[in-house]
Design a protein around this ligand. Sequence first.
Ligand SMILES: [Fe+2]
Length: 368
Amino acid sequence: MIREMAIPTIGTDFAGIRWISDRPDEEELSFRSPDGKTQFLRCEKPIPYKDEFLFAAGIDGLSPATQYEVSARDAEAGGMNRTFRTLPAPPGKRLFRFGILADSHCAFRDKPGSPRLFWHSLALTEKYLGRLADLGAEFAVLPGDLTDNGTPDEVEAVRKIVAASPIPCQVLIGNHEFQPELFLKAFGLGKGWQSSDHHGFHFVRLRTFTPDELHADSEQFRWLTADLAANRDSPTFLFSHFSLHRHETLVYDPDCAVDNVEEIQAAIRGWPQVHAAFAGHKNMPTLSVVDGVAHVLSPQVVHYECGFDTIDVYEDGFIRIIYEIDELDLIRRSEKAHESPQDIAYRYGLEEGRNFYFSFRRQSRENG
Ligand SMILES: [Fe+2]
């Protein structure tokens, strides 16, 4: 019978569904549209994992902002079903898509018992940069912790992967880059903070090797103030490894954010062109809106729920969609390394913080 079901990926017209059964066959799911039409989802080659079988299927051709129902066809499943709602079709034109591949923690050795998939980290990083290219991302942002230990060998290995990526990569430093100068030099990051423009949007990449590097009296903060003043007319996205917001749902992870959140958020209130701040470090998919700014956390491929995300930028907002890796057995292995269901739910994140549309018009600031 079907034991578990999740709908990790939801777009405006498609969804990705995975489920787990104790049998390899006849495990169809029925998929029902609001007009009563039913079709069956079948996964031809479920992946065996210990005493269970892991299934995944995608469905497309859906309508935006519509509720669908997925239920187990097997009567033994006791009527297990889930409903989900596709994302709304945003107003205005879609301008471009970029990807985020967060915290890949590339390393050469596994750590016994760790839920992080170190042994697969390099291969997953390479593969899913390629997947982002296949999905039409024009570039990828890698918001820190590209390496697990920051050794010269790890830095060189991931530098080669980034150099060979089919799409350009925008790299940030994270707290696991334990030899920060080596890392910054390898990726040509100067002092660790940079900005660039893409289709009229301004992208600012900050240095948060430690959570105290964005204080108002720092050189970086002075640079940031000048950079944003010079780009006042460009809609802007900020990127950092540590979040610029202490997300209320991450109560167990107080080290999620920079140590001067209030100071940074007071400054952001004076920069109405800033629409979103993206971060890694704690990779529970999350959205919090503060003063009309979306604070977004991205998942990571090497640790449950083993995902990455795309951002579709529209004239009036953006859509964030989370994709999981194909390797369902690796997702399950990482998941099983967590002891409690609470840990697993916590890492998966809340549905509303995973796949969503964020409108720039939600800004409440006077001149926003
Ligand atoms: Fe980190």
